[in-house]
Write a new protein. Structure first.
Length: 238
């Protein structure tokens, strides 16, 4: 009976987690929209800031534009800073906060920051598993159908394993992102963004972004628990 209650509770947690994720995304968009028109005291675009930081810290990064909105990211495979077109050409506080955050990841990479290295390993494993999801699920479903359940709830086992990896990936991602945001704030202050209004605006953008990672962790944990309770219910029944 306790497993059934846990299964129902986990479903409620999923709904709450998804709502939190949606709220987090709205907060990111609102924080970005609010500060994308506010010019920074640094008279440089996001692209120029990326080039300057790369030069100042002697990282020799490839700086380039990428398509999409808020698609900014650091790619460790080719040591490139990929900045969305809007932020690449903007001198706003929001653009510079995002660029500085992504450069924070470049610093983590250059310094062999342990959580960053662990995350890269987990992300590679997660990507590999993601490519295997559909074949595994199809095999599991076929075995369930043709072996009449003798093979056990393979689909549930697979789902539990997949979401376990997702939980681990999100657990590792959160401190990495928080650290990158902390580095971003320090970088901007060192360059001269010291006024209260700029510091507060930068905090608002970066804190809103961090909330999305918290939401992703909650969602993955909720789904993991749901499938885990489903598995326990199955084994209990047998």
């Amino acid at each position: 009976m306790g497993y059934y209650i846990g299964y129902i509770v986990s479903g409620v947690v999923i709904i709450i987690s998804v709502i939190i994720a949606l709220v987090a995304q709205v907060k990111v968009n609102n924080a970005y929209e609010e500060n994308k028109e506010k010019l920074s005291s640094l008279d440089m675009t996001g692209g120029q800031l990326a080039e300057k930081l790369s030069s100042d810290y002697d990282l020799n990064l490839m700086v380039r534009q990428c398509n999409g909105r808020l698609t900014d990211h650091y790619d460790p495979t080719d040591r490139s800073l990929n900045i969305s077109q809007e932020n690449f050409n903007s001198k706003s506080i929001a653009a510079q906060a995002i660029v500085a955050h992504e450069f924070g990841h470049a610093l983590q990479h250059a310094e062999n920051y342990a959580p960053f290295k662990v995350r890269q390993t987990v992300v590679k494993a997660s990507n590999l598993i993601s490519r295997m999801i559909m074949p595994l699920l199809i095999v599991g479903i076929l075995l369930q159908i043709f072996l009449l359940g003798i093979a056990g709830p393979l689909v549930i086992y697979i789902s539990v394993a997949l979401y376990a990896v997702a939980v681990i990936a999100n657990l590792i991602t959160l401190p990495v992102e928080v650290n990158a945001s902390s580095r971003a704030k320090d970088l901007l202050v060192k360059l001269g963004c010291t006024s209260d209004s700029e510091v507060q605006a930068t905090d608002k953008v970066l804190n809103a972004a961090a909330l999305t990672y918290v939401a992703s962790l909650l969602v993955s944990m909720a789904y993991f628990l749901r499938f885990l309770f489903l598995l326990l219910m199955w084994t209990k029944r047998d």
